[in-house]
Ligand binder design. Structure first.
Ligand SMILES: C[S@@+](CC[C@H](N)C(=O)[O-])C[C@H]1O[C@@H](n2cnc3c(N)ncnc32)[C@H](O)[C@@H]1O
Length: 228
């Protein structure tokens, strides 16, 4: 079954009531893979003075970057204020992170960054709009790193993946704030072609682009670099 409504319309539905439990759920529901994926993103971040983390959510990746680059200026952006509230509370000891409430597709920050990261955002956005917004905020030799879920291509893994989401959908009955996420997220992941769309869009906009599949093709990282 494909998802028919605009993925962006799912954002308030998925993230309106989930900010307080997000960190626990993302770790549990991905069997700890989220931490590994975020470390893989981090490995792609070049030595930087400034980083913009789009759709920073509760700031898990934002703080990982800040820990690695304590002298860098880091800005986390998210469209949902409730997620930013948790991010701010959890980042009180970080003097180098600032959080901003904005829509990444209408990004308007008066700065250019060495690196722009984002985990779990691409599937909710339009590739052309988001890539152009990022390029506007990227220094000449800057890097964009996008990460998100992908639907595995291998049929055995696909069957396991489908079964896992049936179980998660059942678990959702007992966790009302996550019920819609566990029900609709697999449909969104099956229907998105974010990885190829963003890769093509990056190339059309003059970036070098390279993708890497992770964990049996259940997520992927796409790195875009400005060609100087
Ligand atoms: C699953 S959470 C991921 C949070 C964080 N990146 C992480 O990896 O833990 C997705 C986040 O994307 C944010 N989001 C979705 N669409 C957005 C947009 N257009 N602009 C900014 N943030 C957006 C949501 O509010 C939510 O906090």
């Amino acid at each position: 079954m494909l998802i028919t409504e605009s993925p962006k319309k799912l954002v308030p539905k998925f993230f309106g009531k989930t900010s307080k439990s997000y960190d626990r759920v993302v770790t549990g529901a991905t069997f700890g893979r989220d931490k590994y994926w975020k470390n893989e993103i981090l490995r792609k971040v070049p030595s930087v003075n400034s980083v913009l983390d789009l759709a920073c959510g509760t700031g898990i990746l934002t703080r990982l970057i800040a820990d690695t680059y304590p002298n860098a200026k880091i800005i986390g952006v998210d469209i949902m204020q409730n997620y930013l509230d948790v991010a701010k509370t959890n980042s009180q000891n970080y003097g180098n992170i600032t959080f901003v409430n904005q829509d990444a597709e209408k990004l308007n920050i008066d700065l250019k960054f060495d690196c722009i990261t984002s985990s779990y955002l691409p599937k909710y956005c339009d590739a052309e709009t988001l890539v152009k917004a990022c390029i506007k905020h990227l220094k000449d030799d800057g890097t964009i790193i996008f990460h998100d879920f992908t639907y595995p291509k291998n049929s055995f893994v696909k069957n396991l993946w489908d079964l896992y989401f049936v179980v998660l959908n059942f678990i959702g009955i007992f966790i009302p704030s996550w019920k819609e996420v566990f029900r609709d997220l697999p449909k969104l992941i099956r229907s998105t072609s974010w990885l190829d769309d963003y890769e093509k869009t990056m190339r059309h906009n003059g970036l070098q682009a390279e993708q890497k599949l992770l964990t049996l093709g259940s997520s992927a990282i796409l790195v875009g670099k400005k060609i100087c």
